[in-house]
Design a protein around this ligand. Structure first.
Ligand code: DHB
Ligand code: FE
Length: 297
């Protein structure tokens, strides 16, 4: 069957009506996007001659995978695509420089304890592994220290589990999660226990999809950051350990050049010095987080 079947009058009419284009009600932008999504789906079906059984297999997969949708989106590269798209729009608008953004991932939890230095410790649960010491400075485009920033930090434990998402249920709430209030010098320092790389839940929907396309579901060990400060653009980023076996093979496409520091390992401790550069906010919207739904505790 030719793909032009999708352009025939009866199919165009169906897609128009399905997206509500024949009526005045509803949201015009949503209706236009839905029309294009339906047409794109129809084209894929015709181009690949998707059978009725394959079609309902796909519907069943979507139905069963709802709980893991936040894991699947980075796994199929769409969360990274959004980063590349925002980067490209920034470049077009003449906005460049600063620490690269990279994916937030699905495992942030709002409401972590707000703490101040000098001795910030993220790990409250016992974890018999290497200690991590991370230090650095948050600066602006002219090298100035960013004043009064809040740095949100979160990472996995030595088993690769995040508190609040740990199937063993053994972690204290907000273990390895803090919001750190920085001062006028923009300097930060914290200690914690080294995270292990993350792997998608075995046998789960993400794992099933990755295996079906001949891929794996592993991420290198990493530490997530949000940084917010008055007058600066909110930054979502993460560092991935440059010496991890998956440092250049991250299933979630979250590793980026400039965000792969190699920890200095010495005995049972490791240290990383990493400076962040924030962009200046153009308007107040820039200072805010996206309205992505996040677990709040
Ligand atoms: C996923 C897990 C992470 O820890 C992360 O940072 C990004 C993505 C995931 O399971 O898809
Ligand atoms: Fe993560």
């Amino acid at each position: 069957m030719q793909e032009s079947f999708v352009d025939s009058a009866p199919i165009r009419n169906l897609l128009d009506r399905a997206a509500g284009l024949d009526g005045d009600g509803g949201d015009a932008r949503l209706k236009a996007i839905m029309r294009d999504l339906l047409e794109a789906t129809a084209r894929v079906i015709v181009r690949h001659d998707v059978t009725e059984s394959e079609f309902w297999g796909a519907v069943k997969y979507l139905q069963d995978s709802a709980g893991e949708i936040g894991l699947i989106v980075p796994g199929i590269g769409l969360e990274h695509f959004m980063d590349l798209y925002m980067d490209a729009k920034d470049a077009e608008a003449g906005l460049a420089g600063g620490t690269p953004r990279t994916i937030e991932g699905p495992l942030y939890v709002a409401g972590a304890p707000l703490v101040e230095g000098p001795d910030v410790n993220l790990t409250v649960d016992p974890d018999d592994t290497t200690s991590l010491y991370m230090t650095g400075q948050v600066r602006g485009p002219d090298g100035e220290p960013v004043r009064n920033a809040i740095m949100h930090v979160w990472h996995a434990d030595s088993q690769g589990w995040y508190s609040h998402f740990d199937p063993t249920k053994e972690q204290t709430p907000f273990n390895n999660r803090r919001r750190i209030k920085l001062g006028d010098d923009g300097r930060y320092a914290f200690r914690s226990k080294m995270p292990k790389g993350y792997s998608v839940p075995p046998g789960g929907a993400t794992d099933v999809l990755m295996k079906a396309v001949g891929r794996h579901g592993n991420r290198p060990a990493h530490v997530h950051f949000f940084i917010e400060a008055p007058g600066y653009r909110q930054l979502t980023t993460q560092i991935n350990f440059g010496d991890d076996p998956f440092a250049h093979d991250d299933f979630a496409f979250g590793t980026r050049a400039g965000l792969l520091p190699v920890p200095m390992r010495q005995g049972d401790s490791a240290s990383i010095t990493f400076d962040f550069e924030m962009q200046r906010a153009v308007d107040q919207e820039d200072e805010k987080f996206s309205t992505r739904a996040r677990l709040e505790v």
